[in-house]
Write a protein that binds this ligand. Structure first.
Ligand SMILES: Nc1ncnc2c1ncn2[C@@H]1O[C@H](COP(=O)(O)OP(=O)(O)O)[C@@H](O)[C@H]1O
Ligand SMILES: [Mg+2]
Length: 220
């Protein structure tokens, strides 16, 4: 941690481990707040029982995502730690449910459009996130409404990309927010969307992506 310039940790967050509060925990890492002289950051610490011996690969995938303006900014990387930008906000489903209650439909649409554009950008640049078919804990929406995709531990630059497909499946078909989202966006049948996603799969052309936006009620 010293190597990364960290001089303090803060145990705060909605999860806890043996009464110690943390920002998050997954099967690879535990994420806490870490302070450097530049300020507050998120520090992902490799779990001793993780199914990997280092964090380098994940860090490199995050760096690649960053080069496309995606993901929390990477600040430092060692075998056991990823130091990155702390993203403050709500998980995607909570954001959607809260904003639906407040009838902030335009804001939801703007966020989802941006999210699908980021997925498209990753598709175009050969980064497959790998865990977007369950996006519920892999997208944090900032107060400004900007979505940030996190956790590149399953990402690859050597696989066929499926970001747009996985995200659309999650949003419109396979999750507990899908019915509400379909209603909100006026998606009467998912059949044309499924077909468009299949066509898109073969070549991620812009016009094919825009058809997906149209069928999702998200083209402006
Ligand atoms: N950059 C970040 N800013 C804020 N919270 C984060 C950040 N990265 C991770 N988290 C929190 O920590 C949790 C676990 O991180 P994640 O990268 O998904 O770990 P794992 O690879 O073990 O699944 C996330 O669901 C999120 O709540
Ligand atoms: Mg995770």
């Amino acid at each position: 941690m010293k190597q990364l310039g960290i001089n303090a940790l803060e145990f705060k967050g909605s999860k806890s481990i043996n009464k110690i509060k943390v920002l998050g925990k997954g099967h690879v890492g535990i994420v806490v707040l870490g302070y450097t002289k530049k300020g507050i950051n998120a520090l992902k610490i490799r779990r001793l029982d993780a199914d990997r011996i280092e964090m380098m690969r994940e860090g490199e995938m995050l760096r690649l995502a960053n080069s496309n303006d995606i993901g929390p900014k990477l600040f430092g990387l060692t075998n056991n730690f990823i130091l990155m930008e702390y993203i403050e906000g709500e998980y995607l489903p909570e954001y959607i449910i809260n904003h639906m209650e407040k009838k902030r439909h335009v804001a939801i649409k703007r966020t989802l459009r941006k999210l699908l554009f980021d997925c498209y950008k990753m598709d175009m640049n050969n980064i497959d996130h790998g865990e977007l078919s369950n996006a519920s804990r892999h997208v944090i929406v900032r107060k400004s409404g900007k979505p940030v995709i996190i956790d590149f531990e399953s990402s690859s630059d050597a696989r066929q990309t499926k970001n747009v497909q996985c995200m659309c499946n999650y949003l419109f078909m396979g999750s507990n927010i899908s019915i509400n989202l379909r209603k909100l966006l006026g998606i009467e049948s998912t059949f044309p969307l499924i077909k468009a996603l299949r066509v898109y799969k073969n070549a991620n052309y812009r016009n094919r992506f825009e058809k997906i936006l149209r069928l999702s009620g998200l083209s402006q």
